[in-house]
Ligand binder design. Sequence first.
Ligand code: AQP
Length: 340
Amino acid sequence: MISQCNPVERRPRVFSGVQPSGALHIGNYLGAIRHWVQMQETHDCLYCVVDLHAITVRQERKALTAATLQLANILLAAGIDPERSILFVQSHVPAHSELAWILNTITYFGELRRMTQFKEKGGGEQESVGVGLFDYPVLMAADILLYGADHVPVGDDQKQHVELTRDIAQRFNREFGKTFVIPEPVIREEGRRIMSLDNPANKMSKSAASPGSYIALLDPPDVIRRKIRRAVTDSGTEIRATPDKPALTNLVAIHSIFSGLSPEAIEERYAGKGYADFKRDLGDLVADALAPFQRKVAELTADPAGTRNILREGACRAEAIAARTMERVRERVGLVPRPV
Ligand code: AQP
């Protein structure tokens, strides 16, 4: 008798990564990590501490090691559940570098030269800028394509890289036969681009020279309040999120996500009040919201062996998926199978 049961549907797969390149800030959280936590309900998720991306700009050795483990703790404290999701460190799965090399052979110089992040980080120093920084998007394509990710939740700044990943995957599939899933970027409107506190024309960035430009997730409460108090504002006195007030628009957006109030409700609440009242409340709101999370990070930091175990298990599960993809890729390209 033919069974009447429905076929089991595979949940869509998610891959995303974050660099241990400095202090994680509320932009990383609001634009990306918050969504990663939610997506665990509906997707099979792989989340990666992308240390090989971080070394595309010079990192101090000990600081990089510490930042990598701390970032894993931040993700765990934010709600990434290692029972449901695969959490791992990029360099623990060598297939990322191997696939990046193969994808390099079908990626065009002109494509990489057009990437905004390269232009911003490489500045005008194109003769002496590291090749790794130039090649960053190909490694990112490898990260995503290795796992057959359907969806890639990112902030607005990474959209261009996910689009390039799609182009590279389509090109590979055309030239060598269908191999890769074509991933979709997932960019939520709320928090898609949190701007710097000292210049609302720039995005909040963890490698920014001025620590006053970002709120780190582990900043103590008094530092958070001080940074918000000193954040630049626009001319005038009204609390309004309008295109002619980019600094206020950014602060209202941060308030809105942490408080759950709409920007209109916030404008109404502060009608007739000045910037000082608004900033004082915003400082308290962010500091209070981050306090339980910071306590959780402290607990996890006290148990480094626990974190290392989670990362070991994550790398093992990730490697199993990556190995299957690499077998297919090698075969399609014509590389002789590895001796067993
Ligand atoms: N300002 C931001 N607003 C919203 N989302 C953001 N993201 C980064 N900055 C903002 C998102 O956070 C995720 C992890 O970012 P990343 O570590 O891969 O590197 P990044 O995009 O280059 O972020 P930073 O903070 O600017 O780091 P540095 O200074 O080291 O380059 C990504 O999904 C990103 O979109």
